[in-house]
Design a protein around this ligand. Sequence first.
Ligand SMILES: CC(C)(COP(=O)(O)OP(=O)(O)OC[C@H]1O[C@@H](n2cnc3c(N)ncnc32)[C@H](O)[C@@H]1OP(=O)(O)O)[C@@H](O)C(=O)NCCC(=O)NCCS
Length: 196
Amino acid sequence: MSIKTSIKEHFTNNPLKEHLGNSSLKNHWCYFFQDNLENGGSKEFYADNDLDFRRFSWEDLDGCAELFKNVFSADPWNDKWVSLDQSRNYLRELIENPVFEGFVFHENSIMVAVCFGHRRSWWMGKEFFVDEFFVENKRQGNGIGSKTVDLMVNTLREEGYTRLTLLTNKNIPAETFYLKKGFYNNEKRTVMVKEL
Ligand SMILES: CC(C)(COP(=O)(O)OP(=O)(O)OC[C@H]1O[C@@H](n2cnc3c(N)ncnc32)[C@H](O)[C@@H]1OP(=O)(O)O)[C@@H](O)C(=O)NCCC(=O)NCCS
């Protein structure tokens, strides 16, 4: 049983239910998981000292856009993201995907890692496709990416996902990182692009 389910069950079966009424119980429930976000999702918290891992919510968008722009404008990507509006628009499109799933990781209340992806109901099971994954430039190489993947894997497993899939460039640090985290290269696949 997931942590979320067992806490929900605890409050549902609370012997004080008769005295407190349903609304008070719901407040307890929301205190833990802050349900009913404006984007309709639920926000789970995993606190570990100063680290805080949770689902994306709209208030994170500007922070994510800034982090994304800073990370991918630097080595080894050197993308030409010219404005915050541009990166915000790009991320907003990912978020507006009806099967979007996103996670953010804060350290001492500062956003240090983000993962945006989407659900795919593949015939082999429920798959999480990673669209973007990035760790704040100065915090890279300190185990944050690894911890984020571990927390995501635990959460997604509990939700019935059976695999993670992503695309990245060959021979860059991210490839080494993913290999260390148990991903493998699917040699049967190729990426095809047609310039228009
Ligand atoms: C790739 C990225 C997500 C990894 O996160 P991170 O916090 O820097 O990685 P970690 O510190 O958790 O490293 C985990 C493991 O990967 C390895 N690794 C991470 N960066 C590496 C690098 N530059 N070269 C070689 N190995 C690397 C680490 O050695 C570590 O292995 P260890 O536990 O045996 O020491 C992060 O560096 C990043 O955001 N890079 C820029 C954006 C990017 O490339 N995103 C992925 C696009 S698909």
